[in-house]
Design a binder for this molecule. Structure first.
Ligand code: MN
Length: 246
C-alpha cells in the first residue's frame, strides 16, 4: 500500500521561555502514531498563510491532522480571555485557521486532536469553555497528572457514529489533558462522545469523507506497549484515518 502523505500542524514556542529561537514544534507521538498506522507524516510550520499558499499546501497532502497545543484566542468566538489560565497561541491561530477552512472546503480527510477539536469547532462557528475547572461543575480531572498514555476517565461513544464504528465499543477509557472543551457545537458537527460529566470528547461530520475530532490524545495511547482495549481502539482510529487518506 502506498503511504498517504499527512500534514500535521505544529505549535509555536509561545510559552516556552527556554526556546533560544522561535520554533515550530510537535510531540513525536503524532508523527510516530501516523507512521505506525501506515502514513508518511509531514510537520507543517506556522507560516503567515495566504490563501494561495494554503491551497498549494493542501493540494499536495492526502490528509490533515490538527495537533494539540495552547489555547485558541477567545476573540475568535466573541469572548475575551477569562483568566490567566487561558494561554493563547495567536501566531498558531493565524497559521492554522486558514488551513482548517481550506481543508473543509476541499474535503481533505481530517483528524483533529485536543486543541484540534477546539480549533475545528471554532472555525465552524462554535464556542469553547475557556477553563473547565472554573466553568463546568465536575468531579473529573480533565487535566490528568498521570503519564500521558494512561487512561484516566471513560467516555460514552454515540452508537451509529463513525467513531463507534471505528473503535467498536460504546465506552472507551481515555486519557485527558485539556482545560478547555467544546461548548456550543459548530455548524455541521455532531457530538459523538461525552465524558460522564457531559464534557464533549468527540465530534464528527458524518456527511464528509472523514472528519473526526477527539478531545483525548489517541496518539499517546496508540503507542503504548500493552494491548488493552483502549490501545487497540486508538490504533484503529489512526488506521481508519490513514485508510481514508489513501
Ligand atoms: Mn477529558
Amino acid at each position: 500500500m502506498k503511504r498517504p502523505l499527512i500534514g500535521v500542524t505544529s505549535a509555536t514556542c509561545a510559552f516556552d521561555c527556554h526556546a533560544p529561537q522561535p520554533q515550530d514544534r510537535l510531540n513525536q507521538s503524532y508523527s510516530r502514531a501516523l507512521w505506525q498506522a501506515g502514513a508518511v507524516p509531514v510537520i507543517l510550520p506556522n507560516l503567515p498563510e495566504d490563501a494561495e499558499t494554503v491551497m498549494q499546501t493542501l493540494a499536495r497532502l492526502d490528509g490533515l491532522l490538527l495537533s494539540g497545543g495552547w489555547d485558541i484566542s477567545p476573540t475568535r468566538y466573541g469572548e475575551s480571555p477569562l483568566n490567566e489560565i487561558v494561554k493563547v497561541d495567536e501566531e498558531r491561530d493565524r497559521a492554522e485557521f486558514p488551513l482548517i477552512r481550506a481543508a473543509l472546503e476541499r474535503e481533505t480527510p481530517l483528524l483533529a486532536i485536543c486543541r484540534g477539536i477546539q480549533a475545528l469547532n471554532v472555525a465552524l462557528g462554535g464556542t469553547l469553555y475557556q477553563d473547565i475547572p472554573s466553568q463546568v461543575e465536575t468531579r473529573l480531572q480533565h487535566q490528568q497528572t498521570e503519564p500521558r498514555h494512561v487512561p484516566t476517565h471513560t467516555i460514552a461513544v454515540e452508537s451509529g457514529s463513525r467513531l463507534a464504528q471505528i473503535v467498536g465499543a460504546a465506552r472507551l477509557e481515555t486519557n485527558s489533558m485539556h482545560h478547555q472543551a467544546v461548548r456550543e457545537v459548530g455548524e455541521g458537527l455532531r457530538v459523538t462522545a461525552r465524558a460522564e460529566d457531559g464534557v464533549i470528547e468527540a465530534l464528527e461530520n458524518p456527511l464528509k469523507p472523514f472528519l473526526v475530532a477527539v478531545q483525548f490524545h489517541p496518539e499517546e495511547i496508540a503507542l503504548a506497549p500493552e494491548e488493552t482495549a483502549s490501545v487497540q481502539a486508538c490504533r484503529a482510529l489512526f488506521r481508519a484515518f490513514v485508510e481514508a487518506c489513501v
